[in-house]
Design a protein around this ligand. Sequence first.
Ligand code: NAD
Length: 676
Amino acid sequence: MTALAQIIIDGGIATIVIDSPPVNALGLAVRKAIVANVQELGARTDVDAIVLRCAGRTFFAGADITEFGKPFEAPDLNDVVAALEDSPKIVVAAIHGTVLGGGLEVALGAHYRIAMDSAKAGFPEIALGLLPGAGGTQRGPRVMDAGVAFALITSGKPVGAKEALSNGLFDRLTSGDLAADAVAYARELAAEGAPLRRLKDEAPKVSDRDALTAAIARAKASRSLATQGCAQAVEIALTAPFEEGLIKEREIFDRLMGGAESRALRHIFFAEREAGKLVGVAKDTPVGSITAAGVIGAGTMGGGIAMNFLNVGIPVTLVEVKQEALDRGVATIRKNYETTAKKGRMTQEQLEQRMALLNPTLEFDALGSTDLVIEAVFESMAVKQDIFGRLDRIMKPGALMASNTSFLDIDTIAAATQRPQHVLGLHFFSPANVMKLLEVVRGAKTSDSALATAMALAKKLGKTAVVSRVCHGFIANRIMDVRRVEAEKLVLQGSSVMEIDRALIDYGFPMGQFQMFDLVGLDVMGRDSDERTLMSDFVAAGRLGQKSGGGYYDYDDQRKPSPSAAAQDIIASHAAYAGVEKQAVRPGDVIKRLLYPVVNEGARLIEEGVVQRASDIDVAVVAGYGWPAETGGPIQWGEEQGLSEIVAYLDGLSIPVSAELRSAAEDGRALGANLA
Ligand code: NAD
């Protein structure tokens, strides 16, 4: 066992080196080691100053998240920071890697900070519905301008070392040998009799009081409780004595930690990590490497899918049937990159490098040399089967063949080949170059190795991958279609379009159901069915959405929506045709009406074994449908609402309740608890 802490003494300068792989998280053992060593070294007469640094890839990357939600055993992080700050000897933090959250708070306990010029620093707590709870909200506004600190705390985004130097978070940068430079810096400070710079004794720095007051007021009005909490904590830092601020910060932290919002965000954080793990697949399953990819179809999806590969340096053969469609697809890819370049997020050279990796062609056989092909042509079984039959004849042994189908049966597609073990679904979401979600669809015969290869690829592409079994619509589309059905029912029963969209936006969705219809186009949404539906009535009336000037809403030249009398007429006439009776919904019930059935459908996915675990459903809709992470996704939210309450509500509406939901409610267990 290597020692957690190593002490090096060099001519009066003591260095504490903490080594707790992989990221020097601030768990109990690490906290104890820091406190004990700082106190011991502080008392030694042969030590003039102390350097605190970490071995491995980074300075303390943050709290130990496995301790989250449990009471902290002493010494807690505040004790660690206090031990550093109160040391009678100068303490210098020597920072490399990513110093985040609790790690940055520890650094703020030191009297001075030297960092590698490649280091990054930030307070990511807000992403977990928390605030920096070890003095970050109190020392932040004292080490740098309070407005800058507030922005850092409420955005959660890290800053680079140069910015940290200029805003005062760091005191010195080095590009050389951090260990040696930190010792030299500490020696220099000790020699010149530099003061013990204790942030707790300094006054907050406010350069622009009005701007800060306005920012705090905005944050207090935010729907995020964590943002509100940050505002309260920083406001206290500006007005109250330090010790009082520290106590208030802790109170707010505890309140947030115990609340539903942080519980939901932490749930999603862990659920995303879990989602990538395959259940029942041996760890040593061979993972194939994808060094050349093929995409069939250069339409809406094919182009975006191709970009995923180009972005990570994998060459793509892009196949179309018509030259015109191919040219259009390639031009769209270029245009997307040009937009990125214009925003300064890519150089012209990078743009050309990516385009050079693209091989657009009408020659189907060019796909034969690739390791993976993703088919993204029209949603037609006949066309897809024909394509997979042809792929079977030209692909190398072991190559993967994937379909981006939204609804078709992967097993039927695989049956067109002699090697169904190498066929699977790779279901991207539109726009495929932007949306994080990738549903990896495991057919009845898909091999473990094909699946493991797809999961590894997803990671490389930066996607959030979730495994689904074959079913109509897979995970995200299937359960969110239930929301569509309910929303249409509600308008037919007399609720207003605006009222429903408003409820969804208030819940935290980026847009309402009907705004989404109008944006995507009702002809696109409704093209799967020949029946007369509410959607088909809109299409028949030429109300296709924003692109035709109106759908569920009317739009002016600026695409600003307003309530539509024409849409109301279509809804009323469809209600008469379908014999739907008027039924008022209490405003507070709109969300229950729309989303309890979604929870129910989620339970059905669990019951049918479509998902590997319940939390994968939450990951899918948060990443694929903009379901607000602060409610944790339908399963987590359903659990918070109470499964019995949901069952009673659905029973009251005579909506069939899934067996899984009913039994979980009756047994008082979590949804999917029996899957493990
Ligand atoms: P699209 O109509 O925009 O593009 C399809 C392209 O495939 C066209 O350019 C067409 O010329 C080409 N094509 C047709 N037959 C071909 C063949 N035999 N060989 C080569 N190219 C051929 O369609 P899309 O929206 O990109 O959808 C493609 C697939 O992705 C469908 O299965 C769809 O269900 C699925 N999907 C779509 C979305 C979405 O939001 N649009 C999201 C997820 C999945």
